[in-house]
Design a protein around this ligand. Structure first.
Ligand code: HEC
Length: 173
């Protein structure tokens, strides 16, 4: 066989091989990519916590069925989170002696413990079905809320302490 013929056959197989390798690599990733799971750990940065918290509120949490970020309506169903006195700032002033971490944790697991003036107590506890957020997800949600006009002080490390301090709270676990 001529040398040129051998080289072109070799080249042909290399191209075919490369093609199958490529297809083999692409197809499984496209077809069986698992749903992206959001993991919240001690290593999760504050920025990521805030980002994840916002997503939980929009999706699993269903918070925006009632709440809005920007105050728009004259008579909203639930308090808006931004505006002139955003939740990150006002949270620490709602209940005397309660900082933002405690107030927000209580607002989420036992919304009736403190009902914001001018609203009805229609909010369901977020740690119970159907919403059923985990403690870690609640931390992410609080991080997002605190980021709105305040300082993010919540962290996973504070969970046991918050629960202990809020033991008397109805929805507290
Ligand atoms: C069925 C409607 C409804 C849903 C769903 C709902 N809320 Fe509420 N929420 C309210 C109402 C009404 C209030 C004000 C009355 C009160 O304090 O309970 C409130 C109050 C709050 C407060 C206190 C606000 C303040 O100004 O002090 C926070 C924080 C809050 N909700 C967060 C959330 C988050 C986070 C979610 C989703 C995981 C959520 N809510 C889902 C109706 C709702």
């Amino acid at each position: 066989m001529k040398k040129g013929g051998f080289v072109s056959i070799l080249l042909f197989f290399l191209v075919v091989e490369a093609f199958y390798t490529l297809v083999g690599n692409i197809i499984p990733q496209v077809e069986s990519r698992p749903p992206k799971e959001i993991r919240i750990t001690r290593e999760t940065s504050i920025d990521d916590l805030v980002f994840i918290g916002e997503r939980i509120m929009k999706e699993k949490g269903g918070c925006f069925v009632c709440h809005e970020l920007e105050p728009r309506e004259a008579q909203p169903r639930a308090p808006a989170f931004k505006g002139p006195d955003p939740i990150g700032r006002r949270a620490s002033r709602r209940v005397p002696g309660m900082d933002a971490d405690h107030y927000l944790w209580q607002s989420l697991v036992d919304p009736r413990a403190y009902v914001v003036k001018g609203f009805f107590p229609i909010m369901p506890p977020v740690n119970k079905p159907p919403v059923n957020l985990s403690d870690e997800e609640i931390v992410a949600v609080i991080a997002f809320l605190e980021s709105l006009g305040g300082e993010v002080t919540i962290s996973l490390d504070k969970i046991p302490r918050l629960k202990k301090d809020l033991e008397g709270v109805k929805g507290g676990r």
